[in-house]
Design a protein around this ligand. Structure first.
Ligand SMILES: Nc1ncnc2c1ncn2[C@@H]1O[C@H](COP(=O)(O)OP(=O)(O)OP(=O)(O)O)[C@@H](O)[C@H]1O
Ligand SMILES: [Mg+2]
Length: 143
C-alpha cells in the first residue's frame, strides 16, 4: 500500500512522523530518502514522540547512530550521509542493531541494497512552496 502526504511545514512533517511512530510494534526498519533539509530529522523527532520516547533528536551525522529509549522501546537513528562503503557500514554496527529495536536511517540512498524488502520506505521531495514537502510512505498498512 502506498500513502502520499503533503506537509505544509516542519510541524506537519513531525506530526506525520508521530502517526507512523504510533503504529510501530518495535523491530521495524524505516529507510528515509531525500536530500539535504528535506525534513528527515524533523520526521524522526515525530517518530520518536509517536513511539512514546522523549528524547532530544538531532542528526547523527558525525556519531552515525543515536539511540533513544523508553522503558520498553528503542529507536536507533542512523545517518548514512558519510557511509559510502561496506566497510563503513559494518563498522557502524548496523547489522548488530537489527532485531534489537526500531531502526530509522537517513540517507538510505547510500546503503541501497542493504535495506530489506519488508522495510518501510519513506521518500521526501519538495512541494510547490518553500516549506511544502511531499512524503511518500511505502510499507505501512492502514495509515
Ligand atoms: N514541510 C517541512 N517539513 C520539514 N522541515 C521543513 C519543512 N518546511 C521547512 N522545513 C525546515 O527544513 C529543515 C529540515 O531540516 P531537517 O534537519 O529535518 O532535514 P534533513 O532532511 O534531516 O536534512 P539533512 O539531510 O541535512 O540531515 C528545518 O529547518 C525545517 O524547519
Ligand atoms: Mg537529518
Amino acid at each position: 500500500m502506498n500513502n502520499i502526504f503533503k506537509s505544509c511545514c516542519a510541524e506537519s512533517t513531525e506530526e506525520i512522523g508521530k502517526t507512523v511512530g504510533r503504529l510501530l510494534k518495535g523491530k521495524e526498519i524505516i529507510a528515509l530518502y531525500g536530500g539535504l533539509g528535506m525534513g528527515k530529522t524533523t520526521f524522526v523527532r515525530g517518530l520518536c514522540a509517536g513511539m512514546g520516547i522523549s528524547a532530544d533528536v538531532s542528526s547523527p551525522t558525525f556519531a552515525i547512530v543515536h539511540e533513544y529509549r523508553s522503558n520498553d522501546k528503542i529507536l536507533y537513528h542512523f545517518d548514512m550521509y558519510r557511509v559510502t562503503s561496506w566497510e563503513d557500514l559494518y563498522s557502524t554496527g548496523f547489522f548488530d542493531y537489527m532485531d534489537n529495536g526500531v531502526i530509522v536511517t537517513e540517507w538510505s540512498e547510500n546503503i541501497g541494497n542493504v535495506i530489506p524488502d519488508n522495510a518501510i520506505r519513506i521518500k521526501f521531495s519538495l512541494g510547490d512552496t518553500e516549506t511544502e514537502r511531499i512524503i511518500k510512505i511505502e510499507g505501512v498498512q492502514d495509515i
